[in-house]
Design a protein around this ligand. Structure first.
Ligand code: UD1
Length: 422
């Protein structure tokens, strides 16, 4: 198996281009199922999760053609000949559940394997299912699959989510655009990926208002048409690379980065003593003097501090001056990077959803591994700041969510290489 070898200590300087958002692309792709006409996405990231979604859509009968080295996805769902999302694909990627709403809305039925638990928690899909039921779907859970049907079509309804869920908001929103009448989603997620999805659906002819607020209103239409849509920049990749000069020292300009996508995170960086500046090309981040200061962080749905940047922020706090308290409020088991960071000399105390990190100044390189995407990249960041060599194993997690991580970081002067395993 491949691993990534990082030699710490190099100051960083230069540009890192930010790709289109993985999580936005994973919800925009199933939107192709809503229309017989083509949907083309530009600025798509080149990632294994995108290949998994391509495989899933193809298994349903959609055609997905990669153009311009995978940055353009030309999709057509003229003929949907299969309405079953198979266990073998869904188990690889939880976001597969996002085909449920569109398939049901377009075909009147769908059978989708239920995603199991995952490394960062139980992650149920009950809110997706309750939302679709509210739109009139009949659901039957059998043999690990959800069988959904709406023979007479879906009907608009008012749905109040008991907690904020990005995936449930996306699934129900996609179903509602073809439902009869008005749907109101209350306590909807406000993430930029939801806003991007709403923009794309509107280009396809959907009638949506209120995206980016907790209340989204949808007037159902009979059919959607084709469209071309650029995927919003990846705020998590952006935040990750903003942390690279923060932890290693130096200055990096993240090309295409936007402050509105990472405002709460950027505020914390500023509090820690990092300079963040908007430029015509993106965001410039610099650590000019000494150690960063410890700051406390609590994860929250957007516009709060993203859970997907908690592991990377913890890596920075391991090197900070003082004690920082990190509270994870979204997922119940999202500190698996802590013991790995401790193998690198970090001082971390985890109790339930709270991690208390006492900064140690310099970390020490070590062989490490992680069980999820963001945890893996936090170890790479830690390696940039560590004395000696850090070998990050289980690189396939990174391939799911970070395109060209080695090229991007070595391009700004990091000593990092991919070692091909047997
Ligand atoms: C999405 C992102 C993921 C990010 C997360 C939170 C994608 C592909 N993934 O995941 O990277 O970490 O948002 O920002 O976009 N929940 C329920 N029942 C449900 C659905 C969710 O209890 O039916 C709970 C979850 O277990 C979790 C919380 O709600 O505790 C938020 O999860 P959710 O926002 O749905 O995350 P995802 O959409 O799975």
């Amino acid at each position: 198996m491949d691993s990534i070898l990082v030699r710490g200590g190099a100051e960083l300087s230069g540009d890192i281009p930010i790709a289109g958002a993985k999580n936005a692309c994973l919800t925009l792709m199933p939107a192709t199922l809503l229309s017989e006409e083509p949907l083309t996405l530009t600025n798509a990231p080149r990632l294994s999760d995108i290949r998994t979604m391509t495989e899933l859509l193809a298994s349903l009968g959609a055609e997905v053609t990669q153009l311009q080295d995978g940055q353009v996805l030309a999709m057509s769902s003229h003929d949907i000949h299969n309405r079953t999302a198979d266990y073998d694909i869904v188990r690889k990627m939880r976001a597969s559940i996002l085909v449920l709403g569109p398939l049901l809305a377009r075909c009147g039925e769908a059978k989708v394997s239920l995603p199991g638990g995952c490394a960062i928690g139980a992650r149920p899909v009950d809110l997706h299912l309750r939302g679709l039921e509210a739109l009139g779907a009949r659901l039957d859970l059998k043999d690990g699959y959800v069988h959904a049907s709406a023979p007479g079509g879906l009907k608009g309804a008012e749905i109040a989510f008991p907690l904020v869920s990005v995936g449930a908001t996306e699934n129900v929103l996609m179903a509602a655009v073809l439902a009869k009448g008005t749907t109101v989603l209350r306590n909807a997620a406000r993430e930029p990926e939801i806003v991007d999805l709403a923009h794309c659906l509107r280009k396809m002819g959907a009638r949506i208002e209120g995206e980016g607020t907790p209340d989204i209103t949808v007037e159902g239409v009979d059919r959607l048409h084709g469209a071309t849509h650029p995927v919003v920049p990846d705020r998590i990749e952006l935040g990750t690379y903003m942390l690279a000069p923060a932890i290693a020292g130096g200055t990096v300009e993240c090309l295409g980065g936007r402050l509105d996508l990472v405002a709460a995170f950027a505020e914390k960086l500023a509090e820690a003593g990092i300079d963040v500046e908007e430029t015509p090309r993106g965001l410039k981040v610099a650590r000019r003097n000494g150690r960063v200061r410890a700051v406390d962080v609590e994860t929250a749905p957007f516009p709060g501090f993203p859970t997907d940047l908690q592991a990377q922020m913890m890596a920075l706090m391991c090197t900070a001056e003082g004690v920082s308290v990190l509270e994870e409020t979204i997922f119940e088991n999202r500190f698996m990077h802590a013991p790995e960071l401790m193998r690198m000399g970090a001082d971390i105390d985890v109790a339930g959803g709270t991690a208390t990190v006492t900064g140690v100044g310099r970390l020490k390189g070590a062989p490490v591994m992680a069980t999820d995407l963001r945890a893996s990249v936090s170890l790479i960041l830690a390696g940039l700041a560590a004395e000696g060599e850090t070998r990050v194993n289980r690189v396939y997690h990174l391939d799911r969510g970070y395109e060209h991580v080695v090229r991007k970081l070595s391009g700004v002067g990091a000593s990092i290489e991919r070692v091909h395993g047997e």
